[in-house]
Design a binder for this molecule. Structure first.
Ligand code: 3PY
Ligand code: MG
Length: 261
């Protein structure tokens, strides 16, 4: 059974203040991504930057998520753009690239995300073609629009280059990393995504992204921040991580069993 509508759902639904929610999976057992796909998330993000995932767990995770009816996003390691093409070949609907700090970084990312004439993604999407049920020519024609390129904005340099990054053909969305941004804006003094200067930056990035008709996304350490950002017109938020959700779920049940709540 082809899964074209599952994979293309990210590109067709993101934008215009869509307020989508993605899970954030750092654990490398692909069952975790597959299980979270069964919950009411709009997408599942598999993290290779700080999570324990490698290409083998990403490949199986994407398959499990797709069979669960959700589009997959992969966050690649810093500057490891070849992983972007490989994630797309495995059937990912989008790729998040961390630490995109300049127009040159964004161009390098796009070159691995999009087929010519926009980029230089090399041909070989056997698994994605099989999953989507398209012909090779159909995948070539629709692959660029279906593959969402998401550049992370998480440094002072990235904020300074924001308009250049957003103006680039092939960059579909930006994603604020509020923890790294909070460290950068405080010159290394502390990590606090809820600081007022970080929230101001979040508003600024949203306004610039929407002015360029590009989507804007953010990592939300708490569901309350995710709800606030959705209300403010953000297009996609990650809420917490599989680690935090596993431990908070366990804690809540232990508290009940021990009569603490
Ligand atoms: C950040 O907040 O810096 C991130 O990269 C989110 O994971
Ligand atoms: Mg970061």
């Amino acid at each position: 059974m082809p899964h074209l509508s599952t994979i293309s759902a990210l590109s067709t639904r993101i934008g215009g203040g869509s307020g989508l929610l993605t899970a954030w999976v750092g654990m490398s057992d692909p069952m975790i991504a597959g299980q979270l796909a069964l919950e009411d998330f709009d997408a599942i993000t598999i993290d290779m930057q700080h999570g324990a995932n490698d290409l083998a767990s990403v490949r199986q995770g994407i398959l499990n998520v797709t069979l669960g009816g959700k589009p997959s996003i992969v966050r690649i390691p810093v500057n490891d753009f070849s992983c972007a093409s490989r994630a797309l070949d495995f059937g990912a609907a989008g790729v998040i690239a961390p630490m995109i700090n300049s127009k040159a970084d964004a161009e390098a990312f796009v070159s691995f995300m999009k087929f010519p004439p926009i980029g230089q993604r090399s041909w070989g999407p056997t698994i994605a073609v099989g999953l989507t049920g398209q012909t090779l020519d159909e995948y070539l024609a629709k692959g660029n629009a279906m593959s969402v390129a998401i550049a992370m904005i998480e440094t002072r340099e990235a904020l300074a280059a924001l308009d250049d990054i957003l103006a680039l053909d092939g960059i579909d969305a930006v994603f604020v990393g509020p923890s790294d941004l909070s460290i950068a804006l405080s010159n290394g003094a502390n990590v606090n995504p809820a600081r007022p200067d970080v929230l101001d930056a979040l508003e600024h990035v949203k306004q610039r992204a929407h002015a360029h008709k590009k989507a804007v996304c953010c990592f939300a350490p708490t569901p309350v921040l995710a709800k606030d950002l959705a209300k403010k017109g953000y297009d996609l938020m990650a809420i917490g991580t599989d680690f935090s959700q596993l431990r908070s779920g366990a804690r809540a049940q232990i508290d009940i069993a021990r009569g603490r709540s």
